[in-house]
Design a protein around this ligand. Structure first.
Ligand code: ADP
Length: 369
């Protein structure tokens, strides 16, 4: 399969007040690993189930390689599925569960055996092949479900939170394995998660969905540097982007009034003239702020350290700014730098890291990709 087109797709569940998916349009390219990311209830699973053929499409079209598949069932679409609620066949052994889709295709036993043992080895399932799923822990059952989904060569692999029941350490391993299998099989994968770290680790591109609507689709760098709206700016990034209220001074600068006077921030590019004199939201990522003990001119603002969180290689400072709203701001610093609670630090926001928003809408200038 080369590509999947989702074209103005809606999903309205009978008896539901609002649509779960609203006018969704995007394309998954040939051999792409696309992650659908968003908060719970945003419409990710509904979208995936419509791709799988498990859920009717209320309006719009889904096309595989240009061919409309709206009325095809899961088997006719030749898709592989692994869902969080792994539907394993409890009466069958792990071996037979994994073999099932191969036997369904009419594959001969020697070939089935070769494929099952090979994928079982990759998923560390060899010791449990003769067991029944019910005797396995949740994380192990998810691995069986994944192995069963990935054992055959489908047109499209659809994975819905397939590793969310596994513990942290195994998850990192599984991500690498899922990506490796995608790369070696050379097919197209759509992967649903609410976990941005997982999305970033796996994807070629991310489609961010909230409230049933597409917020942005792009590479991690595109989403990080040019968020399509304030929701995306806040949702992607850990710790999340800081927002402070400022006033547009002229086409090149914004001021933030503080107890120590107005702080001026130069902006990269030109702000539309109609914003001059107006309040605006200034966004800066905690990872892009630099810290100094001395005041050093434009594009800096003082803040007092309130909390210090050690996170291994980095430390996260929670600071109180002295602006009118006493905004709480997070800053990421290297763990080698030591600060004390109560200390006043000068925070530098270089022009290139400053995002401006008018409500949800990003205001030019935007950062270079
Ligand atoms: P996500 O996967 O992002 O958590 P879902 O697609 O599961 O989102 O859900 C989107 C919305 O649709 C939610 O409000 C959810 O309650 C609703 N929904 C999901 N499945 C059904 C269903 N079978 N019947 C009615 N409403 C549903």
């Amino acid at each position: 399969m080369s590509r999947v087109d989702i074209d103005h797709v809606w999903k309205v569940y009978p008896r539901a007040n609002t649509a779960a998916v609203k006018d969704l349009t995007f394309t998954v390219n040939h051999k792409e690993f696309l992650v659908i990311l968003g908060p719970s209830g945003g419409g990710k699973s509904s979208t995936l189930r419509m791709l799988a053929g498990l859920e009717d499409i209320t309006r719009g079209e889904i096309r595989f390689d240009g061919k409309v598949v709206n009325n095809l069932g899961p088997a006719e679409r030749n898709v592989a599925l692994a869902f969080e609620s792994y539907a394993l066949y409890q009466r069958l052994t792990v071996y037979e569960n994994i073999a099932f889709p191969l036997r369904a295709k009419g594959m001969k036993q020697p070939e089935v055996h070769r494929k099952v043992t090979e994928i079982a080895e990759r998923f560390a399932l060899t010791p449990v092949l003769k067991k029944h799923p019910s005797s396995l822990a949740g994380g192990q059952q998810q691995r069986v479900s994944l192995a069963r989904a990935l054992v055959r060569q489908p047109n499209l692999t659809l994975l819905d939170e397939p590793i969310s029941h596994m513990d942290q350490r195994v998850r990192a391993e599984m991500r690498a394995l899922i990506r490796h299998i995608h790369d070696t099989m050379g097919n197209t994968t759509v992967y649903v998660t609410h976990d941005q770290a997982e999305a970033i680790a796996l994807c070629d591109r991310i489609a961010i969905i909230n409230g049933g609507m597409l917020q942005q689709i792009g590479t991690v760098a595109e989403i990080w540097n040019r968020p399509a709206n304030k929701f995306v700016a806040f949702f992607v990034g850990e710790p999340a982007m800081n927002f402070v209220t400022g006033v547009v001074q002229d086409g090149r600068s914004v001021v933030i009034p503080t107890d120590q006077g107005a702080k001026v921030f130069r902006i990269a590019g030109e702000i539309d003239g109609r914003y001059v004199g107006r309040e605006i939201t200034v966004g800066v990522r905690p990872q892009q702020i630099t810290v100094s003990r001395e005041e050093d001119g434009e594009n800096t603002i003082p803040g007092r350290v309130r909390l210090i969180e050690f996170r291994g290689e980095i430390t996260v400072l929670t600071m109180d700014l002295s602006d009118a709203k006493k905004t709480e701001l997070k800053v990421v610093v290297p763990a080698t730098e030591r600060y004390a609670p109560g200390e006043v630090l000068w925070l530098r926001w270089p022009s290139e890291i400053i995002h401006l928003f008018d409500g949800e809408v990003p205001v030019t200038p935007q950062q270079p990709g």
